[in-house]
Design a protein around this ligand. Sequence first.
Ligand SMILES: Cc1cc2nc3c(=O)[nH]c(=O)nc-3n(C[C@H](O)[C@H](O)[C@H](O)COP(=O)(O)OP(=O)(O)OC[C@H]3O[C@@H](n4cnc5c(N)ncnc54)[C@H](O)[C@@H]3O)c2cc1C
Length: 360
Amino acid sequence: MVSGAPGHGLDAVAAALGDRVARDQPFGALTTYRVGGPAALMMEATSEADLVDVRRALSGHNVPVLFLGNGSNLLVADTGFPGLVVRLGRQFTQMTIPGVAEPGLPADGGLQPEPDPVVVRAGAAAGLPVLARRTVEAGLSGLEWAVGVPGSVGGAVRMNAGGHGADVASCLVRYRWVDVDPAVDGDGSGEDGPERLQFGYRVSSLTSTQVVVWAEFATHPGPVEAGRAAISDIVRWRREHQPGGGNAGSVFVNPPGDSAGRLVEDAGLKGFRLGSARVSEKHANFIVADRGGSAADVSRLMAHVHRVVLERSGIDLRTEIHPVGFPEGENDGRERVAHRQAGGGSGSSGPSGTVSRGIS
Ligand SMILES: Cc1cc2nc3c(=O)[nH]c(=O)nc-3n(C[C@H](O)[C@H](O)[C@H](O)COP(=O)(O)OP(=O)(O)OC[C@H]3O[C@@H](n4cnc5c(N)ncnc54)[C@H](O)[C@@H]3O)c2cc1C
């Protein structure tokens, strides 16, 4: 396994990857939270061959690896990440979107058989909002929801991102992956269908060494005007209901049948501030970091909110944001206290294909 304390394996990994890798690079600044420290090593992969080289370089060394998408679901510790961060370059942003001759429903509105799905492919580094807009402009419907999620295709597959009545699990057809764990069997890459990913609510079974390189999604012909209108509605809804500034979207997963934002609000924490972090006034499941703030404050506030909600409602919220570089077990949004699992539980049992109201 590629995990554990990096020790001086960093030097060996850096040497093996040569000038493709850089040391002590800003990392927290690349996330939407814009807080947190550097990555010990960082590289941009420009091909699958680069990913295979990463696997070779990691062999025999305890150096953790992390794939960075758009950084819209990460909280990087102020001390940074003591391993190798890999970003996929623009070579992984290509999209293949088939043209549709006559999109839309027949003018007479008569009953028609379900059209065959039109499969679009997007590189893992492509932005979800771009994919949403391009498919709509090509006369395809089904990915409009993705305009509101500021992540990459790869990050969205890992997280089973979703909103507005859909998610990745409901439209993923196929994906290609590479595993950079040196202990992996076979050639460490392949193509699979969604069943392999064991999707749950905002989770998949992808591990930290498995990187998605492209994904295919099912769409269907749809009128361009209707698609544009849906996109405008989603963008407007987001502006009205979600804060700007440094954040990574919803902090906690909605428990089954409930809303984490409502629970935080009912606990009286809307607007609550700890140091440079505050619970958003606009949406109580968002924690916003001040410009120049610290990941430690965000982390402390997450733990505080988790504890107060548990005390008030008995519900043990599960964190949606991925903490990076924090000591093992720290900053999963919980204070280090023994507590019972109660009420709606972890929220991880949501069936794939279902989503909460509005946002994650
Ligand atoms: C304002 C705002 C609103 C948001 N709204 C929503 C929402 O409505 N619904 C929702 O689901 N999420 C939402 N999010 C959270 C976030 O956008 C999603 O989780 C998104 O899918 C993360 O993608 P990313 O590329 O930014 O991933 P990152 O944050 O870079 O990484 C997230 C995880 O995915 C892994 N990862 C990244 N790229 C790959 C890859 N190619 N292969 C494998 N693993 C990879 C990372 O290692 C990490 O574990 C919101 C975030 C913000 C800031």
